[in-house]
Design a protein around this ligand. Structure first.
Ligand code: KIV
Length: 279
């Protein structure tokens, strides 16, 4: 197993031109599977609201839900650096709220850093969280918590003015102390400009190939989440179809009396030993 990833490594990776590999995770088992795969950063994203909890968007997700899933992820003791998303309304109302909630994610969820959405106007919030010794990842572009303000999940920074605003935002997030910035749903040319405008690493999702690293939602890239997957998602497998196939095969074999066979049943002798061989 390689060494535990710490915050400072990301800056070094950017300096060396090494791509950062990031993925979301929400549970123990998936996190365990990431061992030795080379994932550098795990985000316990508020996307869990949609892919795990079945909400229509990320807005209903609570701090308690993020903590619950973050605990499961960090119990796997991943090599990757674990960042917890600050859910909607956990940092928007006041700086005090923000510091307290970021603190809960670290104290109760064992997260190593937090992520929050928004530009320049969140500088006081970011500064206060960093001042509390909690590493912060920024998030610019298509920020899903602003869904209603943006009028839907739309690519951002398409005109000159909004592109310049995003570049300014990125510079102010760096100055406020963010150690990295997620760039979501923006043209690749703008992501390249933003990456050039800051010295901290950028992590892209739907922001083209010129970011310092990439992140995807694990269930999207595995092909498990099948509802309205955006263009930027590459399915590295079709696990959804394969899972459905396996479940159908199980159902068929149970109905036809073919499962369990003798190889999956205990004889009287084995039963006396009282061993199940369970995992
Ligand atoms: O919640 C999430 O999973 C995210 C990533 C898509 C960046 O914010």
């Amino acid at each position: 197993m390689r060494n535990k990833v710490t915050k400072n490594i990301f800056l070094e990776m950017r300096r060396r031109g090494e791509k950062i590999v990031a993925l979301t995770s929400y549970d123990y088992l998936c996190t365990k599977l990431m061992e030795d795969t080379g994932v550098d950063l795990i985000l316990v994203g508020d996307s869990l609201g949609m892919v795990v909890l079945g909400f229509d968007n990320t807005l209903p997700v609570t701090v308690e839900e993020i903590i619950h899933h973050c605990k499961a992820v960090t119990r796997a003791r991943p090599r990757a650096f674990v960042v917890a998303d600050m859910p909607f309304m956990s940092y928007q109302a006041s700086v005090e709220d923000a510091v307290r909630n970021a603190g809960r994610l670290v104290k109760e969820g064992a997260a190593e850093g937090v992520k929050l959405e928004g530009g320049e106007r969140y500088v006081p919030v970011i500064e206060a969280i960093v001042h509390a010794s909690i590493p912060v990842v920024g998030h610019l572009g298509l920020t899903p918590q602003s869904l209603h303000q943006l009028g839907g999940y739309r690519v951002q920074g398409k005109d000159r003015e909004s592109a310049e605003t995003l570049i300014r935002d990125a510079r102010s997030l760096e100055k406020a102390g963010c150690f990295s910035i997620v760039l979501e749903g923006i043209p690749w040319q703008l992501a390249e400009r933003i990456t050039g405008a800051v010295s901290i690493p950028t992590i892209g999702i739907g922001a083209g190939p010129h970011c310092s690293g990439q992140i995807l939602v694990i269930y999207d890239m595995l092909g498990i989440y099948e509802h309205g997957v955006p263009k930027f998602v590459k399915k590295f497998d079709e696990l959804g179809a394969r899972m459905r196939g396996a479940i159908s095969a199980y159902a068929r074999e149970v109905r036809e009396g073919r499962f369990p066979g003798m190889e999956h049943s205990y004889s009287g002798e084995e039963a006396k030993k009282d061993r199940t061989g369970e995992t």
